[in-house]
Design a protein around this ligand. Structure first.
Ligand SMILES: [Cu+2]
Length: 137
């Protein structure tokens, strides 16, 4: 039996930063796999960053940018199967499928506190997920 860690566990208990609050999303996905496949952390520069999709992980896995800012993620699926990009339990309503060799750009809002989980809804149980987090106080 796989064990899952509630996303809420990685968020600060105090302070309602708005952007980082978590509730059940349209996909009901508020849990991160305990075996999240970590393939690095990078800062989005100039409000944009390229995120490559592989089987089954995102590179980079943690994306950092100024708190509350909006970042354009250029998704490139360099894998051999379709991958998805979804953001957990938020109001961003992002749910994008990228075919092998395909690209898509999504705009995401960096939370003001804590981390916000994103994931591939097709492979999240294999650890295909990552975090959006602020790099400023
Ligand atoms: Cu995937």
């Amino acid at each position: 039996v796989r064990r899952f860690v509630l996303l809420a566990a990685v968020l600060p208990l105090a302070g309602c930063g708005g952007g980082a609050s978590v509730s059940a999303g349209p996909l009901g996905m508020v849990a991160a796999p305990s075996s999240l496949a970590d393939h690095g952390t990078a800062d989005a520069r100039g409000g944009r960053i390229t995120v490559r999709m592989y089987e089954d992980y995102f590179r980079p896995t943690t994306i950092r940018a100024p708190a509350g800012s909006t970042v354009a993620l250029r998704l490139e699926n360099v894998g051999v199967v379709a991958h998805a990009f979804d953001v957990a339990g938020d109001r961003q309503k992002l749910d994008v499928i990228v075919q092998p060799g395909g690209r898509a750009t999504v705009r995401v809002k960096i939370p003001t506190v804590g981390k916000l989980l994103f994931f591939c809804k097709l492979h999240w149980s294999r650890g295909m997920a990552g975090y959006l987090e602020p790099n400023t106080p």
